[in-house]
Design a protein around this ligand. Structure first.
Ligand SMILES: *[C@@H]1O[C@H](CO)[C@@H](O)[C@H](O)[C@H]1NC(C)=O
Ligand SMILES: *[C@@H]1O[C@H](CO)[C@@H](O)[C@H](O)[C@H]1NC(C)=O
Ligand SMILES: *[C@@H]1O[C@H](CO)[C@@H](O)[C@H](O)[C@H]1NC(C)=O
Ligand SMILES: *[C@@H]1O[C@H](CO)[C@@H](O)[C@H](O)[C@H]1NC(C)=O
Ligand SMILES: *[C@@H]1O[C@H](CO)[C@@H](O)[C@H](O)[C@H]1NC(C)=O
Ligand SMILES: *[C@@H]1O[C@H](CO)[C@@H](O)[C@H](O)[C@H]1NC(C)=O
Ligand SMILES: *[C@@H]1O[C@H](CO)[C@@H](O)[C@H](O)[C@H]1NC(C)=O
Ligand SMILES: *[C@@H]1O[C@H](CO)[C@@H](O)[C@H](O)[C@H]1NC(C)=O
Ligand SMILES: *[C@@H]1O[C@H](CO)[C@@H](O)[C@H](O)[C@H]1NC(C)=O
Ligand SMILES: *[C@@H]1O[C@H](CO)[C@@H](O)[C@H](O)[C@H]1NC(C)=O
Length: 489
């Protein structure tokens, strides 16, 4: 009853607030890839965000539960147990070098519950969100002044995080300063980092979504606002299919195939970026081990199971949505990597930890969150030949995928995809800007692209069927890199 009243209250609030949303405000698109970060000798994967004045650039990993955006102190590696610390924090932040650092007083109440109170300090700072489509063009920045951030001094986990929890200070700040339409957000985590072993990069869209990043229906789900992580779904089935053998489908829920005292049934799982491998119920994990002859392994430090021999096939997860089932298939290269390591974590029978659909799952899925109406949407991510099409995500609206023209028309009319996808940098950014100005009136933007292309007589369309490869910041030059120990005397 309490939650029913809560929803009524929330709806009434929403009805009042709906007039206040200005859905003409374009979203802020921040890409996720590997790049040089402040004071670290290595390229790091994450969201391109800077902190302080002058900017100290970072690569921040998105979290769906943490509310404050956090950064790693330059003294972080002195005491941390984080593996390969100097090249794993996402960058470093030297507060003494920033003129906009304002520490919070002792009475400051953080929005996140953390286990160790000696974790860090809070401050208000200037956060810089960078939008960078092409190397040939500079990044444009959105300044967000006086945001409450955390500077992490000691922790055993990754300190540099974009906080997209239910009380996200970054989303609230952007809304309060009229820089996005509402507290809406979308994420494609990508797979261009070591654990995933892929090359496709990800993106954040604050106040929006990238309609070119997903395909098919956006499946709707209700947030569970009582959870620290509100993104939970019901998993109905998990099916393993052998490549080239359509009759090989095996359900890990199949009681006949996997007799046991405790039959698996549908379960609730949380969607998270906190770890790479999926954590499934004990019996389902056992069925997976039995069916594919898996064994314990800890190469990546996350207890991912390893197969004894090669397996060519896929794993499909069937999720019950508000409007029909959504099936997510982990392809062969994700299910079993070249060394036979899988993205399924071992689980003990006694474990009461939540079941997780984690980063390996999100490498195949586009997630769109509407924190104003407590709804979220999942859709199949477009990984290759994607078209960057940021659009405003107005609360209550159901995101729709960019309609790709058919093959023939594609070559003629689909140029916009090639352009915005990265082949012709300069024009692409002009189109995006133009598109924003016109409130993303796509048809006009396409016309403009066609004209622009005719004019510049570009003939790179042959590349179109190939995955576009964007260029980003060049590698750090040895002489330019300030090593993290700089903070030490
Ligand atoms: C809504 O946002 C657009 C784009 O930023 C702006 O031009 C317009 O003035 C805003 N309208 C209102 C009512 O604030
Ligand atoms: C992803 O970003 C990296 C730069 O960190 C770039 O080298 C790579 O080509 C990008 N991948 C794709 C598929 O665009
Ligand atoms: C690291 O640990 C040592 C010993 O516990 C302590 O003296 C020092 O202040 C710590 N450094 C930081 C940055 O927390
Ligand atoms: C973030 O804020 C929400 C809403 O107040 C809360 O439920 C959640 O537990 C917070 N996240 C963390 C990590 O504490
Ligand atoms: C705090 O500790 C508990 C129990 O060890 C753990 O389940 C939880 O994930 C931890 N929370 C954070 C924010 O580290
Ligand atoms: C941080 O990134 C911005 C945007 O690309 C760039 O203009 C600036 O020079 C960078 N700062 C440093 C110190 O590299
Ligand atoms: C740093 O954190 C670890 C665990 O996260 C803890 O064991 C250690 O005592 C902390 N060190 C300091 C100096 O706070
Ligand atoms: C698979 O995992 C192994 C670790 O055993 C790692 O060395 C390798 O790079 C991974 N391969 C891919 C394609 O991710
Ligand atoms: C096997 O499972 C896949 C994934 O759920 C499904 O697409 C396919 O239709 C199934 N094949 C048969 C023969 O049932
Ligand atoms: C898996 O596929 C590869 C190449 O497609 C093939 O060489 C290998 O023999 C297959 N392995 C199994 C166990 O079917």
């Amino acid at each position: 009853m309490a939650s029913f009243a809560f929803y009524l209250g929330a709806n009434a609030l929403f009805a009042q607030a709906v007039l206040a949303f200005n859905c003409s405000i374009p979203p802020i698109y921040v890409d996720i890839h590997k790049r040089a970060v402040h004071d670290s000798p290595a390229f790091q994967y994450g969201s391109f965000i800077g902190l302080g004045t002058p900017a100290q650039n970072q690569s921040l990993w998105p979290s769906l539960s943490q509310n404050h955006t956090s950064f790693s102190s330059n003294t972080f590696c002195d005491n941390s147990t984080l593996k390969d610390c100097d090249r794993s924090t996402g960058g470093f932040y030297v507060k003494e070098d920033s003129s906009t650092f304002k520490p919070k007083g002792k009475d400051f109440q953080p929005l996140d519950k953390q286990n160790d109170s000696s974790r860090g300090l809070f401050a208000s700072e200037t956060v810089r969100l960078y939008t960078h489509y092409f190397e040939t063009d500079g990044a444009s920045q959105t300044l967000l002044e006086d945001v409450d951030i955390e500077v992490v001094v000691n922790s055993s986990t990754t300190p540099s995080i974009v906080g997209i929890g239910q009380a996200s200070t970054i989303l609230q700040g952007l809304v309060a300063q009229n820089k996005i339409a509402a507290r809406t957000y979308s994420l494609y985590i990508g797979q261009g980092f070591d654990r995933a072993g892929g090359s496709v990069n990800g993106s954040n869209a604050f106040g929006g979504y990238d309609s070119g990043r997903f395909t098919g229906q956006a499946h709707s789900f209700s947030m569970n606002t009582a959870n620290r992580n509100p993104f939970s779904v019901t998993v109905k089935d998990i099916i393993i299919t052998e490549t080239g053998n359509p009759n090989s489908n095996t359900s890990l829920f199949d009681a006949k195939k996997f007799p046991s005292a405790k039959q698996p049934s549908a379960f609730t799982a949380q969607i998270t970026t906190d770890q790479y491998p999926l954590s499934l119920p004990y019996q389902i994990t056992q069925n997976f081990i039995k069916h594919l002859d898996a064994t314990k392994d800890n190469y990546w430090g996350d207890n991912s199971l390893k197969l004894r021999s090669q397996f060519n096939g896929t794993l499909s997860i069937v999720i019950a949505g508000d409007n029909g089932d959504f099936t997510v298939t982990l392809p062969q290269e994700v299910l079993v990597n070249a060394s036979n390591i899988t993205p399924i974590q071992d689980r003990t029978e006694a474990s009461s930890a939540p079941f997780l659909l984690s980063t390996a799952f999100l490498s195949q899925v586009y997630l769109m969150a509407d924190f104003e109406t407590f709804k979220f949407y999942l859709a199949e991510a477009v990984q290759k030949n994607n078209i960057v099409m940021p659009e405003t995500f107005c609360p209550k609206a159901v995101p729709s995928a960019y309609e790709r023209p058919k093959q023939g028309a594609w070559m003629k009319q689909g140029l916009i995809g090639a352009v915005i996808g990265g082949v012709l940098g300069g024009i692409g950014i002009a189109i995006c800007a133009y598109c924003f100005v016109l409130g993303c009136q796509r048809r006009r933007a396409e016309k403009r692209v066609e004209r622009a292309i005719e004019k510049s007589k570009q003939s790179k369309m042959a590349q179109f069927e190939v995955e576009e490869v964007q260029s980003f910041d060049p590698p750090p030059k040895a002489s330019k890199v300030l090593f993290w120990k700089r903070g030490k005397k």
